[in-house]
Design a protein around this ligand. Structure first.
Ligand SMILES: [Zn+2]
Length: 340
C-alpha cells in the first residue's frame, strides 16, 4: 500500500500530502517568511509513516529544493510554507494496485490528486483494445501499468468470458509481446455474472498466458460458480486475489465464519490477498470485520477505482484506508510493504 520514499523529488514536486480518518487532503498554506528561509516547507506534528525506514511516529518533515531534508520530532527552522498536520497521517505516495483509471485520459491525474503516485489498471481492456489502455497508462505523470484482461474484449456488461472463446490464449500473448514493458500481469474476473461456469477454465487459460511471460495473475474472486477451494490451487506464488472481503457464495470464510483452509494454505504459498474496494458489493464490512478478527490482514489495500466510484463508496484511496482504521487496523505496522 505504501510506497518507499525512493524518489523524494517526485513526491515533493507534487506536494506532500496528509491523510486522516476524514480522508483530508491538505495542500501547503502560504506562510511566507522570507527568501532566506532554510526550508521550503515544514509539515508539523503529523504521524509520519515511512515503511522503508520502519518509521511510525510523530515527527516534523522538512523539505527544500524538492527533497526531504530532515524528519525529526521538532524542527524549528524557518520555512517558506508550513502545514499543521497534527492528528493526521503523513505518508509516502500511495500505490493503488487495482484501479480502472485507463478508461479515460484524465483519470490517473485524478488519482494523483488523491495521493496515488503509482497505480495499476486491473484488466479494463483485453487483447482487442489493449492499445487504448496502454496509451492511457502512458499519459499521466505518475507510473501506471496495466493488467491485461484474459477476456479479449475486456470488461463487458454481458460478462467478459461468459463466451469462453473470448479467453483467447492466442490473442493475449501477442498483445503482451507488443507491450511487454507496460503490462504487469493478467487479470481473470471470475464471478458468476462475468465468467459463469467457465471460471476454472478462464483461470487456467489466464495462468497459461501469464506463465509464458513470468507474469502474475490477479483474480477477481467472490460469488463464483466454483468454490474458491477449487480455484486457489491454480494460483502460483506472487499471484493476487482481489476483492478478498467479498460476500458468499464462495467468500474466504465459511458459513461458520472461519477462514477456509485453502485460503490459509494459499497465503502460506505466497499468494497475495488484496482489498479491491469497488462499488459493487465487493467489500462487505461484516466479512472484513470477521476476517480481521482472525488476524488475516490484507497484503494490500486498493480501491478498484472508477470515475463512478469517486462519487460513491470508494471516493478516494485515503477514504478506503480510513475504513480500515475504523475496522481496527492500526496503521503501518499492520500492512506489509508490497515489495517485501
Ligand atoms: Zn476491478
Amino acid at each position: 500500500m505504501l510506497e518507499v520514499l525512493e524518489d523524494l523529488t517526485l513526491i515533493t514536486r507534487r506536494r506532500f500530502f496528509c491523510t486522516g480518518t476524514g480522508a483530508a487532503l491538505l495542500l501547503p498554506r502560504a506562510d511566507v517568511l522570507g527568501a532566506e528561509a532554510k526550508y521550503d516547507l515544514i509539515i508539523k506534528g503529523g504521524r509520519v509513516i515511512d515503511p522503508s525506514r520502519k518509521l511510525n511516529t510523530i515527527h516534523d518533515v522538512a523539505i527544500a529544493n524538492g527533497r526531504i531534508m530532515a524528519t525529526a520530532p521538532n524542527i524549528s527552522a524557518d520555512s517558506t510554507e508550513t502545514i499543521d498536520a497534527r492528528g493526521k497521517l503523513v505518508v509516502p505516495g500511495l500505490i493503488d494496485i487495482h484501479t480502472h483509471a485507463t478508461r479515460a485520459t484524465d483519470r490517473a491525474a485524478l488519482c494523483l490528486a488523491d495521493g496515488v503516485t503509482g497505480l495499476i489498471d486491473a484488466g479494463s481492456q483485453g487483447a482487442d483494445r489493449i492499445g487504448e489502455a496502454i496509451a492511457m497508462a502512458k499519459a499521466p505523470p505518475q507510473p501506471c501499468r496495466v493488467l491485461i484482461n484474459i477476456g479479449r474484449g475486456g470488461v463487458l456488461p454481458e460478462g467478459d468470458t461468459m463466451d469462453i472463446n473470448r479467453a483467447d490464449v492466442g490473442a493475449a500473448p501477442q498483445a503482451i509481446e507488443r507491450n511487454r514493458e507496460m503490462i504487469a500481469g493478467v487479470k481473470a474476473r471470475l464471478s458468476r455474472d462475468v465468467a459463469g461456469p467457465n471460471d476454472f477454465e478462464v483461470l487456467r487459460r489466464a495462468q497459461e498466458v501469464a506463465s509464458m511471460f513470468h507474469l502474475p495473475v490477479m483474480i477477481h474472486m467472490g460469488q463464483t460458480v466454483s468454490p474458491l477451494a477449487q480455484l486457489l490451487p491454480i494460483l502460483k506464488p506472487g499471484d493476487i486475489v482481489t476483492h478478498m472481503f467479498a460476500p458468499p457464495p464462495n467468500s474466504i470464510i465459511d458459513d461458520a465464519g472461519h477462514i477456509v483452509p485453502e485460503v490459509m494454505a494459499a497465503r502460506r504459498r505466497g499468494i497475495r490477498f488484496d482489498l479491491g474496494n469497488g462499488r459493487n458489493g465487493h467489500l462487505r464490512l461484516d466479512i472484513a470485520e470477521r476476517v480481521l478478527q482472525d488476524g488475516f490482514l490484507p497484503d494490500t489495500l486498493s480501491t478498484d477505482w472508477t470515475p463512478e466510484g469517486r462519487a460513491a463508496q470508494v471516493i478516494d484511496f485515503p477514504n478506503v484506508m480510513s475504513k480500515f482504521l475504523t475496522l481496527g487496523m492500526s496503521g503501518a505496522g499492520d500492512v506489509r510493504h508490497p515489495l517485501s
